[in-house]
Design a protein around this ligand. Structure first.
Ligand code: ATP
Ligand code: MG
Ligand code: MG
Ligand code: MG
Length: 562
C-alpha cells in the first residue's frame, strides 16, 4: 500500500468530543469519524485494525469448534415476543416499523434469531452439540454513548451460541469458549482478567467477563489479594451479601410495616425473578415505597409499581433525573457500575420531600451520610463491595478494586430461550427435551480501543504487531533524492513479497510530518531511508515500542525487519 493514494486524515489537535485516550487517538490517527452520537465510520486504517481483531477472533472460534454464519441485523419482533424480551428489553432496543406497520428491531444480540434457526433444523441429539457464531453490526440505544468505539450505539460484535443435550455437555461448550477467549485476548496482546459475573438481563446460570485492566474502564473488578477470586462489582456484591448479610436479612424478612409490601411481594407482582428485584433500589418512607431502579423495562415497571404500591406523595424520577443521580453510569438494565455510596448520597439528596426511616447505618448502605430527616429503611440487597472487605471465598485475603473494560462475556444460558421458544430435540431414549444453550460475545471495536488504552504514549498509539493497521512503514526521508526513493521502493517491494503487511510513505511531505504521523498511527516498525545514512550504506529501523533507533546495513534491512 502507498500512502500517496491511501486515506489517512490525521489530526494535529485533539478533537474536543473525545475524553479517553483511545477515542482521542483513533480520531487523531484518522481511524474513525463520528457520524452521529455513538455511530462511527471506520476509515481505512481503523477498518484494517478491526479486520485484524476479527481475524484473530475467527481463528480461535474456528479452532475451538464454532462455525461461522451471518444473521440479519433487522430482526422480527415476533421472535422477540416469543422470548418475552420485546417487553423486557427496554429502551436500548431500537424498534422500527416496516411499511405494513409490522414491528422490527435492530438486533442488539441474537438469541432469538439463532434459536429460531436451530429449532427449525435440529431435531435429534445426533445433530448436537452445535456452536454457531457471527461477526456483525449490532445496535443498542445506549443511554450514554461515549468513548468512541468503546461504547457506541452501533458497534461490531462477535456473538456465538451453543446448543447442547444436557448440562454437562453445555458446560463443556462453555469451557471451550472460555479457552478460546483466553487465546483471543492473549493474541491481541492484552493484559486481562477473567472475572465472575452476573448474567444480567440475558439471564442464565453463570457467566464470566473478560476484563482488560485500564483506568478508563467503566467496570469495577474486585479481586482477592490472597486467593484467585475475582468478580465484577455486581457479582461481588451478591457474593458478599449472600455469603454473609443474607444470613441475617433475607428480602422476605426485611422490615415491613402493616400494609406494606416486601421485595418478594414486588417480585411476585412484577412476575420477575427475585434476583432482578433485589437489585432494585427501594427506599421506604414511613408509609410508602419509592422504587428507583428495576431491572428490565425500567419505566414500565415503575408505572406498574407506582399503582401497586399506591405511592402518593413521591414523584418518580424521570429518566433524565435518574441519569443525573447516577451520573448516567448505570443505564436501566441494572444499577451496576457505581459504588453505592455515591449513588445513595445523591439519591437521598434528590428525594427531599419524604422521610426514610429504619435500618441501621452501614447495614445496606455503607458510609452514607444520613441526614436528620433521612435514614434508609429498606434498600433491597444492594450493599457494595469495598477495598479491604474480607474475601468471601478464602476468608483470608481482602478485596482489591481495579477498573476494567469488559471486552468479552460468556454466559451459560440454560433453557431460558429453548423453553420460551420451544427449541427441543429428540434424545436417545426417544424423549423430547429442551436444548441447553450458552452465548458468548466479544466487542470487536471495544477490543481494539482497549488495546490502545493499554498501549500508547504521548506521541500516539503503540500497536501490538498483531493488531497494527500495517506492521511496517517504509519512509523515504528525502523524496527529491532518486537514490533514496529507489532504495525505499526496493525495500518496500521486497517486504511485500515476503508477505509483510507493509506501507510506504511516498507522500510529498517533510520527514518530520511523516515521522509524527508514523508515531501517531503506531506502526510497530519504521524503516528510514535517508540520504546521509545511505551514503554510509546504512538504513535505520525505528522500533516504536522502545523508541529505539538501530542502524543496519542496507542489504540487511529486509532480514532484520522480518
Ligand atoms: P456493558 O456492560 O459494557 O454495557 P454488556 O454487558 O451490555 O456491556 P454484552 O451484552 O455482554 O455487553 O455484549 C458482549 C460484548 O459486546 C461486551 O462484552 C462488549 O465487549 C461488547 N459491547 C457491548 N456493548 C457495547 C457498546 N455499546 N459498544 C461497544 N461494544 C459493546
Ligand atoms: Mg450494556
Ligand atoms: Mg456488562
Ligand atoms: Mg456483558
Amino acid at each position: 500500500m502507498r500512502l500517496s493514494n491511501y486515506f489517512t486524515p490525521t489530526l494535529r489537535e485533539t478533537p474536543a468530543e473525545a475524553e479517553v485516550v483511545s477515542h482521542k487517538l483513533m480520531l487523531r490517527a484518522g481511524m474513525i469519524r463520528k457520524s452521529a452520537a455513538g455511530i462511527y465510520s471506520y476509515l481505512p486504517l481503523g477498518l484494517k485494525v478491526i479486520q485484524k481483531v476479527e481475524q484473530i477472533v475467527r481463528k480461535y472460534m474456528n479452532e475451538y469448534g464454532a462455525v461461522e454464519l451471518l444473521m440479519p441485523a433487522v430482526c422480527s419482533a415476533d421472535l422477540w415476543r416469543e422470548s418475552g424480551r420485546w417487553a423486557d428489553y427496554g429502551k436500548e432496543l431500537l424498534r422500527i416499523k416496516d411499511r405494513h406497520g409490522r414491528d422490527f428491531c435492530i438486533g442488539p444480540t441474537h438469541e432469538e434469531v439463532i434459536t429460531d434457526i436451530v429449532r427449525n433444523s435440529v431435531k435429534s441429539y445426533k445433530q448436537l452439540p452445535l456452536n454457531l457464531y457471527q461477526i456483525q453490526t449490532k445496535f443498542r440505544d445506549e443511554v450514554r454513548p461515549r468513548f468512541g468505539l468503546m461504547r457506541g450505539r452501533e458497534f461490531i460484535m462477535k456473538d456465538a451460541y451453543s446448543f447442547d443435550i444436557n448440562d454437562k455437555a453445555a458446560e463443556k461448550s462453555y469451557k471451550q469458549m472460555h479457552a478460546a477467549y483466553c487465546k483471543i485476548f492473549e493474541s491481541c496482546n492484552l493484559k486481562y482478567k477473567v472475572v465472575e459475573a452476573d448474567s444480567g438481563a440475558i439471564g442464565g446460570s453463570f457467566s464470566h467477563e473478560f476484563m482488560v485492566l485500564a483506568d478508563t474502564g467503566e467496570d469495577f473488578v474486585i479481586s482477592c489479594n490472597s486467593c484467585d477470586y475475582s468478580a465484577n462489582m455486581e457479582k461481588a456484591v451478591t457474593a458478599d451479601n449472600y455469603a454473609k448479610d443474607n444470613e441475617k436479612i433475607l428480602p422476605s424478612q426485611q422490615v415491613k410495616t402493616p400494609g406494606q409490601k416486601t421485595v418478594e411481594d414486588v417480585a411476585n407482582f412484577l412476575d420477575v425473578n427475585i434476583n432482578k428485584i433485589v437489585k432494585t433500589l427501594i427506599l421506604k418512607t414511613d408509609d410508602d415505597f419509592v422504587a428507583l431502579m428495576v431491572r428490565g423495562d425500567h419505566e414500565a415497571n415503575l408505572v406498574k409499581l407506582k399503582n401497586y404500591l399506591d405511592v402518593v406523595n413521591v414523584d418518580f424520577a424521570s429518566e433524565k433525573e435518574i441519569e443525573e443521580i447516577t451520573g448516567g453510569a448505570m443505564g436501566f438494565s441494572g444499577p451496576v457500575n457505581l459504588p453505592l455510596p455515591i449513588y445513595a448520597d445523591n439519591a437521598v439528596k434528590y428525594i427531599k420531600n419524604f422521610v426514610v426511616g429504619g435500618n441501621a447505618k452501614d447495614v445496606h448502605l455503607k458510609n452514607v451520610n444520613i441526614g436528620e430527616d433521612f435514614t434508609v429503611k429498606q434498600f433491597g440487597d444492594f450493599r457494595t463491595a469495598e477495598p479491604g472487605d474480607e474475601c468471601p471465598k478464602c476468608g483470608k485475603g481482602t478485596y482489591v478494586i481495579t477498573k476494567g473494560i469488559e471486552v468479552g462475556h460468556i454466559f451459560k444460558l440454560g433453557t431460558k430461550y429453548s423453553e420460551s421458544m420451544n427449541a427441543t430435540y429428540l434424545d436417545k431414549d426417544g424423549k423430547q427435551k429442551h436444548m441447553i444453550m450458552g452465548c458468548y460475545g466479544i466487542g470487536i471495536g471495544r477490543t481494539a480501543a482497549a488495546a490502545i488504552e493499554q498501549n500508547h504514549d504521548d506521541a500516539g498509539i503503540i500497536w501490538p504487531p498483531q493488531l497494527a493497521p500495517f506492521e511496517v512503514v517504509v519512509v523515504p526521508v528525502n523524496t527529491n533524492d532518486e537514490n533514496v526513493v529507489n532504495v525505499a521502493e526496493t525495500i518496500y517491494l521486497k517486504l511485500l513479497k515476503k508477505g509483510v503487511d507493509v506501507v510506504i510513505d511516498d507522500r510529498d511531505e517533510r520527514a518530520g510530518v511523516k515521522f509524527n504521523d508514523a508515531d501517531l498511527i503506531g506502526y510497530p516498525l519504521r524503516i528510514n531511508v535517508g540520504k546521509k545514512t545511505l551514503k554510509e550504506g546504512n538504513i535505520e529501523i525505528f522500533i516504536r515500542k522502545d523508541k529505539e533507533l538501530i542502524s543496519v546495513k542496507r542489504e540487511d534491512s529486509v532480514n532484520k525487519t522480518l
